[in-house]
Design a protein around this ligand. Structure first.
Ligand code: SAM
Length: 289
C-alpha cells in the first residue's frame, strides 16, 4: 500500500470532484483502490463514483450522526495496520463536511494522516473571484435563521480579508439580502454557482446588483453556490472617532439615512463604509429611530 509507515496503517483524506469527473486525480483513484476501507458520507452516492472508476474497495458510511460511535472501531483497524480513506460527497473532506473527530483521534493515536488533495469549492471560487486572494477567511455556511445570520454578518463587519461563504439554493437570496442590509449595497462580491458543472456561472458585481440579478432570475437560484465578499479596506476597518460619531448622529437626526452618511463622510473625511456600518450599529443599539 502507498505511503504507509510503521506498524499502524494510515488515514488518507481524499478529495473527489465537485462536478466534473475529470477532476478526479489519478493518485486519488489509486489510493482509493488500494486502501482496506473507504469511509464515505453517503455510501450510495460514493459507490457510483467508485464504480465509475473501477474501484471495488469496501465502503462504509461515516457521517455526523454515526461518526463518534464508529470512532473506536475505526481506530482499532488503523492501529492493526489497515489503511483507511475518507471521502465526502464532493470536494475535500472536513471542509464543511464530516471527519474532524476521526482526524483528531488519529493524530492523538499517532496514526499518520495523509492528504490526497484535489477539488474544493471555496478555493476554486476564490481563485477565479477577482477579489483579493492574499488573505481570506472561510466562513462555511451562514446560520439558517435570519436573526442568527444577521448577527454573524454584523460580527464580520470589520473584517478586512476576503470573506468566503458556502450557500445553498434555498437560502442564496436571503443571504444576499441580509448581506446588503448589514454591509450596504456597494461592497464588491462574487457569486460562483455550479463550479465545473454544465451551468457554471460566475459574476462579480456590487452586493446590491448581485442581489437584484439573483432575485430576478430563478435560474440563478438553482444549484450550489460560493459567495465571496471583499473585506473592508484597512481604513474602513478602523474605528471611527467620537467626533465622527457626533457628526453622524446629528445628521441622522435631520436627514435620510443615505444622505446623512454621505454628508458625514464629506465633513469628517472618514469613509462612507465605516460611517454606514456605525450607523447600523447605532440603530441596533437603539440610538436612532
Ligand atoms: N467539502 C466540500 C468542498 O471541498 O468544497 C464542500 C461541502 S459543503 C457540504 C457543500 C457546499 O459547497 C455547497 O452547498 C456549496 O456551497 C459548495 N459547493 C460544492 N460544490 C460546488 C460547486 N460545484 N459550485 C459551487 N459551490 C459548490
Amino acid at each position: 500500500m502507498v505511503g504507509t509507515s510503521g506498524k499502524s496503517g494510515s488515514l488518507f483524506i481524499v478529495a473527489t470532484p465537485i462536478g466534473n469527473l475529470e477532476d478526479f486525480s489519478p493518485r486519488a483513484q489509486q489510493v482509493l483502490s488500494t486502501v482496506d476501507l473507504v469511509l464515505a458520507e453517503d455510501t450510495r452516492h460514493s459507490a457510483k463514483l467508485l464504480r465509475h472508476f473501477g474501484v471495488s474497495t469496501p465502503i462504509e458510511s461515516l457521517h455526523e450522526h454515526n461518526e463518534r460511535q464508529k470512532l473506536p472501531g475505526l481506530l482499532q483497524r488503523l492501529q492493526r495496520g489497515e489503511n483507511l480513506a475518507l471521502i465526502c460527497d464532493a470536494g475535500t473532506p472536513l471542509i464543511s463536511d464530516p471527519g474532524y473527530p476521526l482526524v483528531t483521534a488519529a493524530h492523538e493515536g499517532k496514526i499518520p494522516v495523509l492528504a490526497v488533495p484535489g477539488p474544493n469549492a471555496a478555493v476554486a471560487a476564490l481563485s477565479i473571484s477577482g477579489l483579493a486572494t492574499a488573505r481570506f477567511v472561510f466562513e462555511g455556511f451562514l446560520p439558517a435563521k435570519t436573526a442568527a445570520r444577521c448577527s454573524r454578518l454584523q460580527a464580520l463587519g470589520d473584517e478586512t480579508r476576503t470573506l468566503v461563504f458556502y450557500e445553498s439554493s434555498h437560502r442564496i437570496v436571503d443571504s444576499l439580502r441580509d448581506m446588503v442590509a448589514t454591509w450596504g449595497a456597494d461592497r464588491r462580491a462574487t457569486v460562483a454557482r455550479e463550479l465545473t458543472k454544465r451551468y457554471e456561472t460566475v459574476r462579480q458585481d456590487s452586493l446590491g446588483h448581485l442581489l437584484a440579478w439573483v432575485t430576478q432570475d430563478p435560474d440563478q437560484q438553482r444549484g450550489e453556490f460560493v459567495v465571496l465578499v471583499e473585506g473592508v479596506s484597512e481604513r474602513d476597518g478602523q474605528h471611527i472617532s467620537a467626533e465622527d460619531e457626533r457628526v453622524l448622529r446629528c445628521l441622522l437626526d435631520e436627514l435620510p439615512h443615505k444622505q446623512a452618511v454621505s454628508l458625514a463622510s464629506k465633513i469628517t473625511g472618514t469613509s462612507k463604509n465605516a460611517l454606514y456600518r456605525q450607523s447600523l450599529k447605532d440603530k441596533d443599539e437603539g440610538h436612532l429611530d
